[in-house]
Design a protein around this ligand. Structure first.
Ligand SMILES: NC(=O)c1ccc[n+]([C@@H]2O[C@H](COP(=O)([O-])OP(=O)(O)OC[C@H]3O[C@@H](n4cnc5c(N)ncnc54)[C@H](OP(=O)(O)O)[C@@H]3O)[C@@H](O)[C@H]2O)c1
Length: 277
């Protein structure tokens, strides 16, 4: 199986399919990430907040795969937007992951009430300049947060990782990203399972002889977004990677896109202000 890549705005290639690790059982995380590598995934998405960087790093080491064949993303936790805190937190991530560098480092949430995300961004720019992150980006940024980063920063974020699934199409955020060369990464691409029982998706899946999850993930890929479905179930890890031998016709894409109802499974970025402190 060959997973296509997308070129980020600095030329770094990101595999369009990755493996999500939020809420994987800690005791099983190493083995599940290894299972994902066996199934062909080469991209893994973790975060300081998930408290599993160490287990992800153990899987990377145990896989025996050449480092340059793997794409590892982690994210700055909410308590560390102050410049020096961000640099120190990044050092701890590298140590936990057991890596010299990550492929992508993100500001996890903008936390607008705290108002320090451009300070955090300046720290990420330093990390990028040092070569210890091959690309840097943001997560959960609305266009008005991105405008500030573009105005005050010197590096254009490579990605914006936001909640996207058929019940939350995110047309405005995705269009802003496309206009500025910022790739959209779709978190909770399956809506944490909420979209999988939808009758429209079930019908498209039936006609293509695929599962609802495969159809939804294929919809994301054909829209050009990066996805990293999470599963703690070995069979689903394999199922979620079998996406590259079929294509949804335009009418199915339109029918799935029409399911948008602005429904979030997670927090709204303008309202999320929990620093965890
Ligand atoms: N930047 C952010 O703020 C942010 C926020 C949330 C998530 N993320 C990232 O995005 C990743 C994915 O999002 P997510 O974990 O929230 O949700 P998700 O991937 O949309 O959905 C995961 C849920 O769907 C189930 N599932 C997976 N594959 C399935 C299949 N083939 N058939 C039926 N059910 C299936 C999983 O169950 P089992 O595990 O029991 O199989 C789990 O309950 C995260 O792991 C994380 O890396 C980022």
């Amino acid at each position: 199986m060959s997973i296509p890549s997308i070129d980020l705005n600095n030329g770094v290639a990101i595999p369009q399919l990755g493996f999500g690790t939020y809420k994987l059982p800690p005791a099983d995380t190493r083995d599940l990430v290894l299972r994902a590598f066996e199934a062909g995934y080469r991209h893994v998405d973790t975060a300081q907040m998930y408290r599993n960087e160490r287990e992800v790093g153990e899987a990377v080491a145990a896989s025996g795969l050449p480092r340059d064949e793997l794409f590892v993303t982690t994210k700055l936790n909410n308590a560390f937007h102050a410049h020096d805190d961000a640099l120190a937190a990044f050092d701890r991530s590298l140590e936990a992951l057991g890596l010299q560098r990550v492929d992508l480092f993100l500001v996890h949430w903008p936390l607008p009430a705290q108002g320090r995300y451009t300070e955090a961004w300046a720290a990420l720019e330093e990390i990028y300049a040092s070569g210890r992150a091959r690309a840097i980006g943001v997560s959960n940024f609305q266009p008005h947060h991105l405008r500030r980063v573009l105005a005050e920063g010197t590096v254009v974020p490579a990605v914006n990782q936001v909640e996207v699934h058929p019940y939350l199409a995110q047309d405005e955020v995705r269009a802003f990203g496309a206009e500025h060369g910022i790739v959209t990464e779709a978190w909770s691409p399956l809506g944490r399972g909420a979209v999988l029982g939808d009758p429209v998706i079930a019908e498209v899946a039936r006609r293509h002889g695929r599962t609802p999850a495969q159809v939804v993930l294929r919809w994301h890929l054909q829209r050009g977004d990066v996805v990293f479905p999470k599963s703690a179930t070995p069979e689903r890890i394999v199922e979620n990677a079998q996406l590259f031998d079929f294509e949804l016709p335009a009418d199915d894409m339109v029918a799935i896109s029409a399911l948008d109802r602005g429904e979030r499974t997670g927090s709204h970025p303008d309202e999320m202000n929990d620093t965890g402190r």
